[in-house]
Every structure is written in C-alpha cells, then in structure tokens.
Design a protein around this ligand. Structure first.
Ligand code: CP3
Length: 356
C-alpha cells in the first residue's frame, strides 16, 4: 500500500534540499500556508467547524490544496492540527474563535494520567491517513506532501496547561515537581507520535515535520531532558519501523521554536533530523557556523515582516537566501503566517525567494 499508485512527482526540490543534494532553485513553503489569510479558507470554515475540516478527508484535502492552487510553492502540508493526538488520547479539545485551542479538563496532577487512553492510531487517526492519501492523488505530483505532528513536550504542555499560555507555568511545574510522571507522560505521547508518523508515511506523506512549538519555555537542561531525548527517539524509531515494514524512509524536519542556540546545536549535531527549522530570532550566519555543513536549515523570515511593503519583502527574502546559501536550505517563515497577512505579501515573499 505504501507510496505506490500515486502520480509521479514533478517537483522534488524540497526533498533534494532536505537530503543535501544540489537544487536548481531554493524550495520554499510557508508554515500555516492553508489558513485564515486566504478568503477561500474562510469560505470553508464558515460552513464547517475546525475539527470537522480536519476529520473530513475531502475538506482537509480541499483546504490543503488552496495555497498550492494560488501560489508557486514547492510543498504542501496536510491540513490538520497537532492537537488531534491529545484528542485521540481521550481529552476534549475545542477550537475557540479568538482564543485558540482549549482543553476544558486538562491534566491537573499525575493521578489524571489514568484518564488517558492508549489510542489505536491506525483506527482513531485514520482520517488523517485518508486525507493524506486523497491529497497525494489530488496533488497530481505537483509538489511533495508534508505530514506533521506536535512533539511530546509541546503536546504535554497543552494537555496540562489546557490551552495557550505566555508562561506555561503549570506545565513547567510538572517538570520540577513530578519529573518521573512527566517522563511517563512524554513517553506515552512519544509512542503515539511514532505510530502516527509511520501511519502518515504509509498513507503517502513524503516529508515529516515535528513541531516543538513550545521549546521557548525550556532552558538547555530542560530541553535535553524533556525535548531532545524524545525528538531523537521519535526519529530513530520511525526510521526503524519504516525499515521493518519495508516502507521507504522520508526526510524529517524538527522545528523547536524558540530553543536556545545551544539546544539547536545539540539537535543539529545529533543528525537525528535531516532538516532543522529555525525561528526568526536565529541569526542564519551563526546557525550555519555552529551547526556545520551536514544539516539542511529551514526558515526563518519573521512572519511580521510580511506587513512591510512588497519591495521590502522581496529584498528581505533575497537577503535571507543570500545568508543561508542556496544549498541545504528550505525557505520559509520563522513561524506560522499571521491570519491578517496581505495576500500580495505572500506573493512577494515567494517572488523574492524564487528570484535568487
Ligand atoms: O500549515 C498548514 O497549513 C497546516 C495546518 C496546521 C494547522 N495547525 C491548522 C490550524 C498546522 C501545521 C498546525 C500546527 C499547530 N497547531 C501548531 C504547531 C505550529 C505552531 O504554530 O507552532 C500548534 C501550536 C497548533 C495548535 C493550534 N491550533 C493553535 C495555537 C491554534 C490557534 C492559532 C490561532 O492563530 O488562532 C490552532 C488553530 C489552527 N490550526 C488554525 C489553523 C488554520 C486556525 C483556526 C481556525 O481556522 O479557526
């Protein structure tokens, strides 16, 4: 079943860049490229709630393709959310307009771990696999399809905090107060992630991104213990499982947003991931110097630079590519695109990168 019967791929620039092969031009995609800055996305969302879109393969596919139809991007990313894993583990997650994701009954202390269930990923998250398979067909080989997941610490922090937070204090409290139970929870989540990523590749994902969106709350000690350990394990086990099941490996991207430069260096040098995503606070020249030539870097224009004039966006995009260099590089924003980003800014960003 795996990776067979799909239309031939016409643009493999991002896969080449991920593997460190030379490319004719720098590939690019945009985090949250299917989203609220697109009127056609609002059109779908006016009729369906957020998780219904995720759970209905035809709708998830439609929304995934929206930015690909409009722009000259080099990759698509399946429309879903990182919080489908906590849902599959038994927690209620709702998307509250203007607030974001909310978990009304978060984990309060380790006794709440008993509330979590061990999902059957192939069954409970089958809708994601089905959306991936459908999208691979509908893409007609135009660009590769990226599958994704949240990383264990980011998912754990949502499960404890119950939603977004500027401090994540409840989640960090667990790391100091209940270190063993924190590891227990991270381990449970990591096992689900491994099954989930393997399932996504079998369904047709050609690249995988692991979002550690809450790395900014971790110092080097906490990052090593509670993030890096699991990121590394996920990469190793996913590759091992794919090998055992005779499924060709796919490149993997880790995006530990807000991680310190030391933490990023540790992850880069571990060679667990082909690609390291960088947020906009990381200096490209320093990143290249510290992480060495054996890793592809992805990023990292400040999403708020998209509010500048088109000319300035083009200049900044070109300048960014010049700093990272054209090999072992995937252009992107340094985090998800803002919902009020002008469409013409997106076109300018793409033009800037592709004109180098
Ligand atoms: O990139 C894509 O086009 C694929 C879709 C995608 C979504 N969420 C759709 C979405 C991806 C890759 C994600 C990942 C995700 N979800 C992350 C990791 C990336 C990051 O931003 O750090 C996180 C932390 C989440 C959790 C989440 N989901 C938040 C914090 C929010 C609210 C964001 C906001 O600005 O309101 C969501 C909702 C969400 N996920 C939206 C979309 C398009 C907007 C909600 C809507 O349509 O009503």
């Amino acid at each position: 079943m795996a990776q067979t019967g799909f239309p031939a791929l016409k643009n493999d620039l991002i896969l080449k860049a991920a593997r460190g092969e030379p490319v004719e031009r720098v590939p690019m995609w945009i985090m949250r490229q299917a989203g609220r800055y697109l009127p056609e996305f609002h059109e779908v969302r006016s009729k369906h709630d957020f998780f219904s879109v995720c759970q209905t393969p035809a709708l998830a596919c439609e929304v995934t393709l929206q930015p690909i139809k409009r722009f000259d991007l080099d990759a698509s990313i399946i429309f879903s959310d990182i919080l489908v894993i906590p849902q599959a583990m038994g927690l209620i997650v709702t998307m509250v307009p203007g607030t974001g994701p909310v978990i009304p009954e978060p984990l309060k202390d380790p006794s709440d771990l008993a509330r979590l269930v061990q999902p059957n990923v192939e069954k409970d998250l089958k809708y994601v696999g089905d959306a991936i398979t459908l999208t691979r067909h509908k893409l007609e080989g135009k660009v590769p399809l990226i599958g994704f997941t949240g990383a264990p610490w980011t998912l754990m922090s949502y499960m404890i905090q119950g939603g977004g937070s500027s401090t994540m204090t409840k989640a960090r409290e667990w790391l100091y107060k209940y270190p063993e139970d924190s590891h227990k929870l991270l381990h449970l989540i990591a096992n689900v992630i491994i099954d989930y990523l393997v399932m996504q590749v079998k369904a047709g994902a050609q690249l995988l991104q692991v979002f550690e969106s809450h790395a900014d709350f971790l110092n080097d000690e906490l990052f090593e213990k509670y993030s890096y350990k699991y990121l590394k394990e996920i990469s190793e086990k996913v590759r091992q499982r794919l090998k055992e099941e005779n499924v060709p490996e796919v490149p993997m991207i880790a995006f530990p947003k807000g991680a310190t430069i030391n933490s990023l260096e540790m992850l880069a040098k571990s060679k667990s991931y082909e690609v390291l995503g960088l947020d906009w606070t990381v200096n490209p020249t320093e990143a290249r110097e510290r992480f060495g030539p054996d890793i592809t870097l992805q990023g990292n224009l400040d999403p708020c630079a998209m509010y500048a004039s088109e000319k300035e966006i083009i200049d900044r995009a070109r300048n960014m590519v010049a700093k990272f260099g054209k090999t072992r590089y995937i252009a992107n924003l340094g985090h998800g695109i803002q919902p009020d980003t002008p469409i013409k800014s997106v076109a300018a960003f793409i033009e800037g990168v592709h004109s180098v």
